[in-house]
Design a protein around this ligand. Structure first.
Ligand SMILES: [Mn+2]
Length: 322
């Protein structure tokens, strides 16, 4: 089925001239690595491509080839395209421009390329591979299938996506295939040193201080065997940090021993919304189901949600109150 869908996708690409590429809000290394690689393919094919993300890419991804071409302003989006492609979007609302997309005319509709477990298949054509470590891995498979020659820049883009989504080859998304593909990307000349520098060895003293504050707030729910902690806007302000600074804390909580069933990091940004990031390393826990119950989604081992409310410590537990 995948081979067939990749062929269909490439037929649509070949018959299209104006193509809109989209990825999700708060873009991570996979969102960025996969949209940039797809962008490069389309540019090579002389397509008229617009790559859009509602949020600007974090600066640590500036080493990636093609970042300067990404548009963040809605008025850059035109009304008509031949093809729209979403990358790494578990749902259309993850683009944060869902309503706008519905008003756009697209001759060949929308292609949804993603690996999220909870992806409902919102595209007219869906290349959704749950078993892929990352969307970058899927883009690699697409490029291979159509015989596109991957150069070292694209290899760096794709490896960034794989490394981000596998948590540096530690989480459950890490498979034989993802490691094999990573190894091929290294062979092609992916800049592993640069990727590590930008994605792993990139913490400032303020960021580590923030982690300290948040780790100190950890509480343990014996009944649910769950660990919870919270980060507040005031923490970020006191250390002169932006929202991105709390990225990585939820993954760090996942280093807990496996007698803990799962962890939740709750973020109160004082806008009346609470964001939750859930993590587990256990096979008998599916945190995407918990996130779904709160209107979110994601993977079995890593998921998230956003609900209205604010955070309070009540009876020794962090609670979302309305
Ligand atoms: Mn991803």
């Amino acid at each position: 089925m995948y081979d067939e869908n990749i062929k269909k996708f490439f037929d649509l690409v070949e018959n299209s001239q104006k193509i809109l590429l989209l990825t999700h809000r708060n873009p991570d290394g996979d969102a960025i690595g996969s949209i940039l690689s797809m962008q490069k393919l389309l540019i090579t094919l002389n397509k008229d491509v617009l790559s859009f993300c509602v949020d600007a890419f974090p600066e640590n991804f500036n080493y990636l080839h093609g970042v300067n071409l990404i548009k963040n302003s809605l008025d850059k989006i035109e009304n008509e395209y031949d093809l729209i492609v979403t990358l790494d979007c578990g749902d259309l609302y993850m683009t944060k421009i869902e309503e706008k997309i519905k008003t756009l005319k697209s001759k060949f509709g929308l292609v949804n390329i993603d690996h999220h477990f909870t992806n409902p298949g919102f595209g007219d054509l869906n290349i959704v591979m749950n078993e892929a470590s990352s969307t970058a891995e899927i883009v690699y498979l697409i490029l291979k299938k159509i015989g596109y020659e991957i150069n070292s820049d694209i290899a760096t883009n794709l490896l960034t996506g794989i490394i981000t989504d596998t948590g540096n080859f530690t989480n459950n998304a890490t498979t034989k295939q993802s490691i094999e593909i990573a190894s091929k990307l290294l062979e092609i000349g992916a800049n592993f040193k640069e990727i590590l520098k930008a994605n792993v060895y990139n913490k400032t003293i303020s960021v580590l201080k923030l982690w300290g504050i948040v780790l100190k707030r950890i509480v343990y729910n014996t009944e649910l065997q769950m660990v919870e902690t919270a980060v507040f806007e005031s923490d970020l302000k006191s250390l002169d940090l932006d929202n991105e600074a709390s990225e990585g804390i939820s993954n760090y909580l996942n280093n807990l021993s496996s007698d803990i069933k799962f962890s939740i990091l709750l973020k109160d940004n004082e806008s009346g919304k609470i964001k939750g990031s859930l993590r587990t390393t256990r096979d008998d826990v599916d945190v995407s189901q918990i996130a779904l119950a709160f209107g979110g989604g994601g993977h079995r081992k890593a998921s998230g949600f956003e609900v209205d409310g604010r955070l309070e410590l009540k009876n020794g537990m962090w609670k979302i109150v309305g």
